[in-house]
Ligand binder design. Structure first.
Ligand SMILES: Cc1cc2nc3c(=O)[nH]c(=O)nc-3n(C[C@H](O)[C@H](O)[C@H](O)COP(=O)(O)OP(=O)(O)OC[C@H]3O[C@@H](n4cnc5c(N)ncnc54)[C@H](O)[C@@H]3O)c2cc1C
Length: 222
């Protein structure tokens, strides 16, 4: 999983001056008063000054993760690799561990238990979940290849590829939109794989807008 920096527009001063234009004022250098203003804006939900600073990232995550991330739409644009045009060898995500279901009546998320042995009907043997996942990935990748060789269009052959397949996209968003994503996806309720993407997004953006980012995400340490 990756979130790599591509480009950005603006800095902490952009946020300040977008707000100061209300009074036909402009700061030339970022000072204490500006920091106070940024914190005031964030605290009181005046989000529009945070909409003038933009960041573009290159994301690479499995499809099941991208699907959750794509739910964030307002203030963001996406351009994704298309498997209608690209028919490269698919790449698959393998988790560090396979988490058990959450305990009790909790429906969302996963529990502390790690599943490292399982009976597999597919393999007809007792094995590690990675072994079954690899078997499925290899079978799917081979089916995909066979279909392409037979002349099936990539836009249809891709149907046999699993949700663990990596996809890539450029994601441009306002600082306000990125902060919304990180607030929701750094939270303990988000899926761990999505939290790990959000951590990388946070690491790229935080140094670009040190005051504004901290003001928007006061709960994030550091
Ligand atoms: C832990 C977790 C679990 C989730 N589980 C599910 C799930 O089970 N199923 C599922 O489908 N999704 C699920 N989601 C996705 C969630 O419902 C949102 O779609 C997602 O978090 C994007 O939120 P957003 O505020 O960034 O959305 P955006 O669509 O980018 O909207 C941004 C903001 O604009 C405003 N807005 C947007 N559209 C409207 C509108 N129509 N009316 C009024 N205001 C609007 C809201 O203030 C919104 O917060 C989950 C998200 C999280 C974090």
């Amino acid at each position: 999983m990756e979130a790599k920096y591509i480009d950005h527009m603006g800095d902490d001063l952009t946020v300040v001056n977008a707000a100061r234009v209300s009074f036909k004022k402009k700061s030339e250098e970022f000072g204490d008063k500006d920091a106070k203003l940024v914190n005031y804006l964030a605290k009181h939900g005046h989000w529009t000054p945070f909409g003038h600073a933009m960041v573009t990232l290159h994301l690479k995550t499995p499809i099941f993760t991208a699907r959750q991330l794509f739910k964030h739409q307002v203030g963001l644009v996406v351009n994704e690799v298309s498997r209608r045009y690209v028919d490269d060898e698919p790449e698959f995500f393998m988790p560090i561990s396979w988490r058990g279901r959450p305990p009790g009546s909790i429906k969302q998320g996963s529990g502390e238990e790690i599943i490292d042995r399982m009976w597999s009907e597919v393999l007809a043997m007792d094995s590690h979940p990675n072994r079954l996942a690899n078997h499925v990935y290899e079978t799917a990748a081979q089916a995909y290849k066979d279909m392409l060789v037979a002349g099936v269009a990539p836009e249809q052959a891709r149907m046999v590829l699993p949700q663990a397949m990596y996809t890539e996209w450029w994601w441009t968003g306002s600082l306000a939109a990125w902060a919304r994503i990180c607030t929701l996806r750094l939270d303990a309720h988000a899926q761990l794989e999505v939290q790990s993407v959000a951590k990388q997004i946070n690491e790229v953006i935080a140094p670009l807008f040190p005051v504004a980012w901290k003001a928007l995400l006061p709960q994030i340490p550091g």
